[in-house]
Design a protein around this ligand. Structure first.
Ligand code: AMP
Length: 254
């Protein structure tokens, strides 16, 4: 595996690989876990070349504290990605993707409205903009996204459709811990008691019913941002809730 940190080096590394081989892209923010590995595995299974990106995208964070506190360990992620079978890891700096004077945005409507879009204003503007940039830089045939972030998946599919981008989006099922909690880089921030309480989220989703799901959460002392059924690449029961200081999202396809 090779790691590239600049756009110029990424382009140089990918040029000789564009010889008819299928290129798959797995966009991540790093702190790689089994959820990310499932995406890489899916890419490995149907692509000749797997490119993973590792970029804590500042424009999709609302609160600076969340951005600053995001776990970063490039050396560890490089080892994990190499073992998982990534060929090229793209790990640019924020300045590389957003140089001084950057002023062009992709602003999705439709699937980006409501749920996360309502609770995290401009979140999907950041997601959409960085995804279009990554798609253009890597020019993959396929890009892999987790169902864990179901609204993000729906937004990305909408962008590809609406802007006629020449790639296919693949959805990968949510990977969960043995206790049912969806894997997330944010889980590391939960105290043992908070983690216990967070298990109400998968329990709530198992009811497959928004009213009953809300009751399960409230009884566990969790006040959700939302519990809603929406068409997110399929009829989905989606939940967002803060457990202590940590905001978690999860969903189940109905
Ligand atoms: P992140 O690094 O959190 O931005 O996630 C990068 C990609 O991994 C996104 O497409 C996520 O939906 C996906 N992902 C994160 N957690 C999981 C999980 N537990 N199961 C499946 N995919 C996941």
């Amino acid at each position: 595996m090779e790691t590239q940190q600049t756009i110029a080096d990424l382009r140089r590394a990918l040029a000789p690989l564009r010889d008819g081989r299928t290129i798959g892209l797995v966009p991540t923010m790093g702190a790689l876990h089994e959820g990310h590995l499932a995406l890489i595995e899916a890419a490995r299974a149907e692509c000749d070349v797997v490119v993973a990106s590792l970029f804590v995208n500042p424009t999709q964070f609302g609160e600076p504290a969340n951005l600053d506190g995001y776990p970063r360990d490039l050396a560890r992620d490089e080892r994990v990605a190499a073992v998982a079978g990534v060929d090229v890891l793209f790990a640019p700096s924020a300045g590389e993707l957003y140089p001084k004077g950057f002023a062009t945005w992709v602003v999705p409507e439709g699937a980006a409205e409501g749920l996360e879009g309502e609770h995290r204003p401009s979140h999907f503007r950041g997601v959409a903009t960085v995804c279009v940039k990554l798609f253009e830089l890597v020019r993959p045939h396929l890009a892999y996204f987790g169902r864990k972030d179901a609204q993000q998946l729906a937004v990305v599919k909408q962008i590809v459709r609406d802007l006629n981008l020449d790639l296919e989006i693949r959805a990968v099922p949510t990977v969960r811990d043995e206790d049912g909690l969806a894997l997330s880089s944010r889980n590391a921030r939960l105290t043992p008691t908070e983690r216990e309480r967070a298990l109400a989220i998968p329990r709530a989703l198992a009811t497959r019913d928004p009213a009953r799901a809300r009751t399960v959460l409230v009884e566990a002392g969790i006040e959700p941002d939302y519990v809603a059924v929406a068409d997110l690449d399929g009829e989905t029961l989606a939940v967002a809730a803060r457990v202590g200081e940590t905001r978690l999202i999860d969903n189940v396809l109905l």
